[in-house]
Design a protein around this ligand. Structure first.
Ligand code: NAG
Ligand code: NAG
Length: 219
């Protein structure tokens, strides 16, 4: 094989350095890397502003102070998240904070976060939480205010408000600045373009009518 040229090696090293510095999760290489929202190019994470321009306001947000709209979905829950737009100091820290509000008997339906583990604390109400491991075993727990539960990275989980009169509130920490969320029912039945009916019928062992009804119900 031909020996790689000096300039090729140089480009490879440069590329490796660029890719390395573009990795937002999990280890920051600086005290902080305050997200520079004005940069139009795409990185795995956001580029940083000059550290000498850092201000306390970059590290604070009130985005979790109010509940979101629990009526915007058929399940009766809302989630608010910190991200690099509303909390730029979080960039490269490998962290997200979430506020979950659940109506009486509201449900955060079966979902997973492909890039983060999650630890949640029940602040109000009575929450039935659980996750299913890759052997389809369900770990589940009833949480009362002050009690916490961990959802391991990538595993399907849910939170359900057991109370039929009062709302529930939980706060979660997630181990990525961009955890990603896939809601199982929506991914299966409301993807665009749609998953072929035949695939859904066979996957869930249901009929054409079932597929149509579920698609309709999920909107
Ligand atoms: C951050 O979240 C807000 C909603 O709270 C959203 O409008 C915005 O697009 C998000 N920014 C990023 C970079 O994900
Ligand atoms: C899932 O949990 C069950 C019950 O504890 C256990 O027997 C099984 O080995 C677990 N699977 C994995 C992949 O950890």
């Amino acid at each position: 094989m031909k020996k790689p040229s000096h300039s090729l090696l140089h480009s490879l090293v440069t590329l490796a350095l660029l890719l390395g510095s573009a990795k937002a999760d999990p280890q920051p290489l600086q005290d902080y890397c305050i997200a520079d929202a004005s940069q139009p190019f795409f990185l795995n994470g956001a580029p940083c502003i000059n550290p000498s321009l850092a201000a306390s306001s970059h590290f604070t947000t009130s985005v979790l102070s109010k509940p979101g709209n629990t009526k915007a979905n058929p399940f009766g829950y809302s989630v608010k998240l910190t991200n690099v737009s509303n909390l730029p100091g979080l960039n490269t820290m490998g962290l997200t904070m979430a506020r979950l509000d659940l109506d009486p008997n509201g449900l955060v339906p079966l979902h997973s976060h492909p890039r983060a583990s999650e630890v949640t604390i029940c602040m109000k109400g009575t929450l039935l939480v659980g996750f299913v491991n890759t052997s389809n075993y369900l770990f589940t727990q009833l949480l009362r205010p002050g009690e916490s539960f961990v959802f391991p990275k990538g595993l399907i989980h849910f939170l359900y408000n057991m109370e039929s009169v009062g709302p529930a509130v939980a706060v979660s920490g997630l181990s990525s600045q961009f955890p990603g969320t896939q809601i199982a029912s929506l991914a299966a039945f409301t993807s665009k373009p749609p998953i072929p009916d035949e695939v859904l019928k066979r996957s869930f062992q249901i009929s054409n009518q079932d597929v149509a009804r579920i698609r309709r119900n999920l909107g």
